[in-house]
Ligand binder design. Structure first.
Ligand code: ATP
Ligand code: MG
Length: 453
């Protein structure tokens, strides 16, 4: 079998057909002279990339046969990269075509070197997009709400599956936005308590003087304003799971009371004398370093040992390899549906940036960026600019693959390609790159590129 990449050339001019076929000898080329032939070839060969002559002769019923062909191809195979080729005078059509979903456009007369470059990039992008579709299928959500493909996360998920059916008090550690709450819910959902309540209290969000009554409840008349008997959140979670979020912020006096609850499994409402037995599974979470808090005398070590029967460390997003892109792709789908948008994916540059950005705010930050980009983008693909990522501030802290490196690699790559295409002629290379000769020379200095003209 021929496993060359398939390029469909839609062109009615016989001379051009021949020229293109000849210059794209690296691919398996298929030629179509009109819309019907093009659609037949599309169905038969499913090419990743198509060059489409926008100036196909008008059909009786259809003034713009080229645009009609474009729409039909995209309707049938939306991920096809279509490069429209236009005459000199229909730039407007070309722009229209890109708005309709064409990958790029190119104006005649045909320079096969330049067109070749565009075609090659289109194939690369198609390849990348296939990779993430594959990844996405591979990683159908293993736990409700949790998307993960990296080895690290698979290990965490395996632990969750082991821990969930037990009653062990579990401590979830992880930076802000890594998914501690999602994991707590997943543990609850996989346990025999799933039918009973999941109740969470965030210690950092409730003022210290209210936290005790929030957790343990109070009897009527226990304090001014206690007009009726009120159950605490722990009691509400009876038979279910109780999550104590941001446990590092639990005030010291309450730590003792919580410890007593963990040992005796009974709550006493404020102002009450009755010990009420409560059957709950406890999950605690924090982004803080509890060992440090213990050393500073802010956290009781005996409580720490009680709550950490099992500890799960949830890795930061930047430690999860390709997960960032997998999650981004899933989020894109979600926000497309929510906002009735049809954004198809990410440009190559955007995809690289998602993988290399350190995501200090983890998945919550990624969610915000993708949500915004889906709503704001004018394109078919989310571009690097749409993501509005902050520039890397601190070089030392930056990842080996920071944005600057990505840019440098992209720039040196483009310069080398342009030089190769113009046989090391600096003026022509500068033209290909759309910059002036002196600017190109300054890049040679910057990247230490030697040119033998
Ligand atoms: N693996 C994942 N796949 C998809 N979405 C995720 C994943 N992990 C987290 N999220 C989403 O990211 C957001 C943040 O998660 P969550 O609130 O659980 O984080 P957290 O660790 O509790 O953060 P914080 O410390 O700020 O409270 C949520 O909207 C959650 O649905
Ligand atoms: Mg949280």
């Amino acid at each position: 079998m021929d496993d060359k990449k398939i390029l469909l050339i839609v062109e009615d001019d016989l001379g051009l057909q021949k020229q293109l076929k000849w210059s794209f000898a690296d691919y398996q080329t298929v030629v179509a002279g009109n819309r019907t032939e093009a659609i037949t070839a599309l169905r038969r060969f499913t090419p990743d990339v198509v060059t489409l002559d926008l100036g196909l002769p008008p059909d009786a019923a259809n003034a713009s046969e080229g645009l009609a062909t474009l729409k039909e191809i995209l309707a049938l195979a939306p991920s096809t990269k279509i490069i429209v080729v236009t005459g000199n005078d229909d730039r407007d059509h070309a722009i229209n075509a890109v708005a309709l979903g064409a990958y790029d456009f190119y104006q005649k007369p045909i320079d096969t070197d330049v067109l070749g470059l565009i075609v090659r990039r289109a194939f690369q992008l198609a390849e990348l997009q296939k990779d993430y579709t594959k990844l996405q299928q591979l990683t159908a959500e293993p736990l409700d709400g949790i998307i993960a493909s990296s080895k690290k996360m698979q290990d965490v998920i395996r632990m969750v599956e082991k821990v969930a059916p037990t009653t062990a008090t579990t401590l979830l550690l992880g930076e802000s936005g890594t998914g501690k709450e999602v994991f707590a819910k997943a543990i609850h959902g996989l346990s025999s308590r799933a039918e009973h309540p999941f109740v969470a209290v965030n210690c950092a969000a409730i003022p210290e003087n209210l936290l005790e009554s929030e957790l343990f409840g109070y009897e009527k008349g226990a304090f001014t304003g206690a007009s009726q008997q009120t159950k605490g959140k722990i009691e509400y979670a009876h038979k279910g799971t109780f999550m104590l979020d941001e446990i590092g912020d639990l005030p010291f006096p309450l730590q003792a009371k919580l410890l007593r609850f963990l040992q005796e499994r009974v709550v006493e409402r404020i102002g009450g004398r009755q010990a009420i037995p409560v059957d709950v599974r406890i999950i605690c979470a924090t982004h803080q370093n509890l060992q440090n808090l213990i050393e500073e005398g802010k956290f009781r070590s005996d409580l720490y040992y009680r709550i950490s029967e099992i500890t799960l460390n949830i890795p930061a997003l930047r430690e999860r390899g390709s997960d960032s892109l997998t999650i981004a792709t899933a989020l894109l789908k979600r926000y497309n549906e929510m906002n009735n948008r049809q954004v198809r994916g990410f440009t190559e540059e955007a995809a690289k940036a998602i993988q290399s950005y350190p995501w200090p705010g983890n998945i919550r930050e990624l969610e915000n960026k993708i949500k915004r980009a889906v709503i704001m983008t004018d394109g078919v693909y989310i571009s690097f600019d749409d993501l509005e990522l902050p520039a890397a501030e601190n070089e030392e802290e930056a990842m080996p693959f920071n944005l600057k490196t990505v840019r440098e690699i992209a720039e040196t790559d483009a310069i080398r390609k342009a030089l190769a295409l113009s046989n090391n002629n600096v003026s022509n290379a500068a033209k290909l790159l759309g910059i002036s000769r002196p600017t190109l020379y300054s890049f040679f200095d910057k990247y230490n590129i030697q040119v033998n003209e």
